[in-house]
Design a binder for this molecule. Structure first.
Ligand code: ADP
Length: 400
């Protein structure tokens, strides 16, 4: 091992956020002897159980983020709701922030993100701001897009479908009151995603394009099928525009003053396959993502391994799909209640061939709260899907 490599292996990583994404990153980090500290508002939390050092504090609080960062060499985040101002200040002080403050600022405001995509000529649904300050309302914005239906989106703060409303007319009761924009309604055939890893220095790796299936009841991702059932041309287009979108976000961050060393990270690009056959970017997340969990078992290098590698300054690995796979989220149904979760049927689920289960260690279950996931491998996507569904049918969440 070279001296430089040894130094990377002991680089101290600080992750803002205490959820399952951090937890799975820590699980993958052990093989590199990485030291990981987390800042979490909740204790205990999925990542706090495994971190080397746990700091309890608010993620959107300037001071608590600055204080947390003192003890680490590189700062990252597993959730978007962190203090961008603190990240900018850390960059001024010479701390490595991955992805950079500029990347987060360009992504977190969904309208700013949209403008970046449009400026980079990346196909995406047209959008216009709802200029409430100018006395305009959703109907005015919708009419400039050709009328209803439109999709109204909060500029920031949305998560798992909160902050998104499909509006059929001006009288819809679902309307969002926060600063928002409206977007053309995309008549889509499927929702797709491509996870992109970008290392400091610019090397990129794209994961195979997957298909995301949503749970209508909770408007959250229910399952992910890899590879997506799309044509080769659509696959290539999805990959091309995902890489271009990440490049555009990174370039814009650099021109806003963030260091190029922070133009890195694991990004999830969510896409629509429109009924017309066009592939459009929906939105980008600057972190490992639910649509990439399948990669733990199905790819040569998982999204979490990739994340830890790039934080440590190690080379990215191959994202080659080794087997078709289906990932299914494990969450309590509408009637699961609130309380400490008990997992029934794990033995039966694990007896299904090709199935792995990841539980996140959340202390409290609530209806539709993600508590874990399972991934089934199969010789074909159909076999993987059948196994995942068979395993899922065995698992029940009961609250104590
Ligand atoms: P979130 O950040 O909450 O995941 P998204 O922008 O991904 O928000 O929207 C959530 C869901 O709403 C999408 O997965 C999709 O099903 C639907 N949706 C979002 N934008 C559009 C659109 N322009 N046309 C049709 N459906 C959309």
């Amino acid at each position: 091992m070279s001296a430089e490599r040894a130094e990377h292996a002991v680089r101290r990583i600080g992750i803002l956020g205490g959820g399952q994404l951090g937890r799975m990153a820590i699980e993958e980090s052990r093989k590199y002897l990485a030291h990981i500290e987390v800042l979490t508002p909740d204790y205990p939390s999925p990542a706090s159980e495994l971190a080397d050092v746990v700091h309890v504090g608010k993620l959107d609080d300037y001071e608590s983020v600055l204080e947390f960062a003192q003890d680490v060499d590189v700062v990252s985040y597993e959730i978007e709701g962190v203090s961008v101002e603190a990240l900018r200040e850390l960059e001024r002080r010479g701390k490595i922030v991955i992805p950079s403050a500029g990347v987060l600022a360009g992504i977190r405001d969904k309208y700013a993100q949209k403008e970046l995509l449009v400026a980079a000529e990346i196909p995406t649904a047209r959008a216009v701001l709802v200029r409430a300050d100018k006395g305009e309302d959703v109907a005015d914005a919708a009419s400039s897009l050709g009328g209803f239906p439109v999709v109204q989106k909060a500029r920031s703060g949305g998560y798992d479908g909160r902050g998104v409303a499909v509006l059929d007319g001006a009288a819809s009761g679902k309307m969002i009151r926060a600063p928002s924009f409206v977007e053309e309604f995309v008549d889509f055939e499927r929702e797709l995603a491509v996870v992109v890893a970008r290392a400091p220095g610019g090397a990129t790796v794209a994961y195979p394009c997957v298909e995301m299936v949503f749970d209508e009841r909770a408007n959250m991702c229910d399952s992910v099928l890899a590879p997506a059932r799309i044509s080769d041309a659509q696959r290539e287009e999805a990959e091309r525009i995902s890489l271009a979108a990440v490049e555009a976000i990174c370039r814009a961050a650099e021109s806003s003053g963030s260091p190029a060393a922070g133009s890195a990270g694991v990004f999830a690009v969510e896409l629509f396959l429109a009924r017309s056959g066009d592939v459009l970017v929906n939105e980008i997340a600057p972190r490992p993502h639910n649509s990439g969990h399948f990669s733990i078992e199905a790819c040569e290098t998982s999204q979490f391994d990739q994340y830890v590698r790039l934080l440590l300054g190690l080379p990215l690995g191959s994202a080659r799909l080794q087997s078709p796979a289906m990932m299914v989220n494990i969450f309590g149904g509408p009637d699961c209640g609130v309380g400490e979760p008990e997992y029934l049927g794990l033995e039966e689920a694990l007896a299904v061939p090709g199935v792995s289960i990841h539980l996140y260690g959340k202390r409290e279950a609530r209806p539709f709260r993600k508590l874990g996931h399972l991934t089934a491998l199969g010789a074909t996507p159909e076999e993987a899907a059948a196994r995942a569904e068979a395993a899922r049918a065995h698992i029940k969440i009961r609250c104590r």
